[in-house]
Design a protein around this ligand. Structure first.
Ligand SMILES: Cc1cc2nc3c(=O)[nH]c(=O)nc-3n(C[C@H](O)[C@H](O)[C@H](O)COP(=O)(O)O)c2cc1C
Length: 149
């Protein structure tokens, strides 16, 4: 499932946390269930990146409206106004109210570690079982030799 939206300013607390997020403007009617997800992010000048997606009211910081935001590990740039497409790969956990910002920060670090290791596992799996549909023969690029008469 893809979620498409323009990046809008958030509360800018993410930068202080060390995990700046891109907040996507998405109609509440189509938002996925609250939670933290592993995702893939597509955007102009961004290519395809791995993302840690948080959907919900952010109870730790007493947010009131439901927000769809994504932290992109390793990305340092300004995405305001950019149109992003995010696909959710797997739900990692529910949103939680932490007793302190420090605890939230530790949990986000753990989420990001988990998401990166999921990707590593996926790559290792792909190496073990290469996608046969992508071979040139199956794409019709490699014709079988005509039988000798
Ligand atoms: C991977 C990830 C997991 C998150 N999990 C929670 C959570 O469990 N509870 C919560 O209150 N906020 C959670 N957040 C949201 C942060 O509170 C939010 O990113 C922060 O307040 C910054 O918001 P801002 O971009 O509007 O400044 C999470 C954010 C990320 C990136």
């Amino acid at each position: 499932m893809f979620y498409c939206g323009v990046v809008v300013p958030g509360d800018k607390l993410g930068r202080k946390l060390g995990y700046p997020t891109a907040n996507l403007k998405i109609s509440p009617a189509v938002l996925p269930k609250d939670g933290v997800y592993a995702g893939e992010v597509f955007g102009d000048n961004l290519g395809v990146r791995l993302g840690a997606v948080s959907v919900g009211r952010r109870p730790t910081v007493a947010g009131n409206k439901r927000v769809f935001e994504v932290y992109i590990p390793g990305f340092k740039g300004n995405l305001y106004g950019a149109k992003l497409q995010v696909s959710l790969i797997k739900k990692i956990r529910d949103q939680k109210k932490f007793d302190s910002i420090e605890e939230l920060k530790r949990q986000i670090a753990e989420d990001v570690r988990k998401i990166l290791s999921l990707k590593k596992e996926e790559r290792a799996r792909d190496r073990r079982t290469p996608d046969r549909r992508r071979t040139s023969r199956s794409l019709g690029l490699k014709k079988s030799r005509p039988k000798k008469a």
